[in-house]
Design a protein around this ligand. Structure first.
Ligand code: NAD
Ligand code: MG
Length: 387
């Protein structure tokens, strides 16, 4: 029996993860669930999965949770905030930590899980974008097991040989759907609304990653994520637009052979692979029907349409400080766009301005990263006040 913690249990990845866990009560037991808002949903999940621990951000949410959760199952403990998340990541009763918080807010708890040598299922890509080298160092040093949930990285992980994965590797090819604006008139992008941006053609995801997919900064974050997960040079990472999202990514070897992982675009497929690894387990997602496949299209991404992708490649070459600037300024800009304070096209402009105006210090510890991340957020907010 594996004892599982789901950080970000009320989100889209949390939903998919818990849906698989519910199929296998003989294998998995939920030890802890965290949520930042949506206490009604956390109460419903608590009743269904009966975790020993729940984690909420603060005292006010705790009161709200207790008021809503008057009847039925009561968790033994309610923990609070980042400290509660980190304590749970280190908890000796937890085997597997599913990191599905959105944004750099998930960094302290994911890092605590790495230092505690846990089995980590990572969806929260911002952890690797802001602190890739430090996080991977902790994973190695403390003997943690890191399994990627992001569908592209999960596909690459499935295609790479398990022993000496880099020996004959030439490059990885990350596929991108191109998002909702792949064919949208360029000059009209300035007017697109949050509702349009969140309407992804293939995937149903949280609002931040949906906007990230529309700007394709998401693909840029995934390039950086791939660098750290698989220890690659930037030149070994390609991005190709593949609107059908049937191939989730590919690996090319020195002999020119390409291996691809295909399937329906349903996050339960990569999540089940990581949950069951090294075994494969069943779930409720539909299987792919090859007879329905009419074509697989590919094209190179256009940096005029997707300037954020170029910014991410540039940041990766600059180093971890620039990646933190990219991530933090993007998080602020996306939040401002979602509340209609800035235009869609201002997301890329904001990131570019922050990358150009801030000189990153050397970041030697997670505390350094968190302090710098906070500084970039503040400076991005004050820049946007001028817009
Ligand atoms: P979501 O918005 O649906 O859910 C986010 C979860 O994080 C919620 O449970 C929320 O309560 C919690 N949360 C939000 N802010 C928090 C904070 N400050 N502190 C603690 N908890 C907080 O997001 P999602 O789509 O499930 O994405 C989660 C992560 O997984 C992101 O990093 C995203 O990039 C990555 N990811 C998502 C998908 C997908 O299909 N949704 C695919 C690949 C990777
Ligand atoms: Mg992805």
């Amino acid at each position: 029996m594996q004892s599982i913690v789901v950080f970000g249990a009320t989100g889209s990845i949390g939903d998919s993860t818990l849906d698989i866990i519910a199929c296998h009560p003989e294998r998995y037991q939920v030890y802890a669930l965290s949520a930042f808002s949506r206490m009604e949903k956390l109460v419903a999940l608590t009743q269904k999965f009966q975790p020993k621990v729940v984690i909420v951000p603060d005292e006010a949410r705790r009161e709200q949770f207790l008021t809503l959760n008057k009847e039925g199952f009561q968790p033994a403990e309610i923990r609070l905030g980042q400290e509660g998340l980190c304590e749970t990541a280190r908890d000796s009763q937890a085997d597997t930590i599913v990191c599905a918080i959105v944004g750099a807010a998930g960094l302290p708890s994911a890092y605590a899980a790495a230092k505690a040598g846990k089995r980590i299922l990572l969806a929260n890509k911002e952890v690797l974008v802001t602190a890739g080298s430090l996080f991977m160092q902790a994973v190695g040093q403390y003997g943690a097991t890191l399994l990627p949930l992001d569908s592209e990285h999960n596909a690459i992980f499935q295609c790479l040989p398990k022993h000496n994965p880099k020996q004959h590797l030439q490059k990885v090819i990350i596929t991108a759907s191109g998002g909702p604006f792949r064919e949208y008139p360029l000059e009209q992008l300035v007017e697109v609304t949050p509702e349009q941006a969140c309407k992804h053609p293939n995937w149903n995801m949280g609002r931040k990653i949906s906007v990230d997919s529309a700007t394709m900064v998401n693909k840029g974050l995934e390039v950086i994520e791939a660098k750290w997960l698989f220890d690659l040079e930037p030149a070994q990472i390609d991005v190709v637009i593949h609107p059908q999202s049937t191939i989730h990514s590919m690996v090319q070897f020195v002999d020119g052979s390409l291996l691809a992982q295909l399937g329906n675009h349903d996050m339960r497929i990569p999540i089940s692979y990581a949950l069951g690894y090294p075994e494969r387990i069943t779930h409720n997602a539909a299987h792919f029907d090859l007879a329905q496949l009419t074509c697989l299209d590919f094209s190179a991404p256009d940096f005029k349409r997707y300037p954020c992708l170029r910014l991410a490649f540039d940041a990766l070459k600059e180093g971890i400080g620039a990646c933190t600037i990219l991530n933090a300024s993007n998080e602020i800009a996306v939040a401002q766009f979602l509340t209609k304070r800035i235009k869609f096209t201002q997301i890329a402009q904001t990131i570019a301005q922050m990358l150009n105006s801030i000189v990153a210090p050397e970041l030697c510890s997670i505390d350094d990263v968190l302090a710098f991340d906070a500084e970039v957020r503040e400076r991005t907010l004050s820049l946007l006040e001028w817009f």
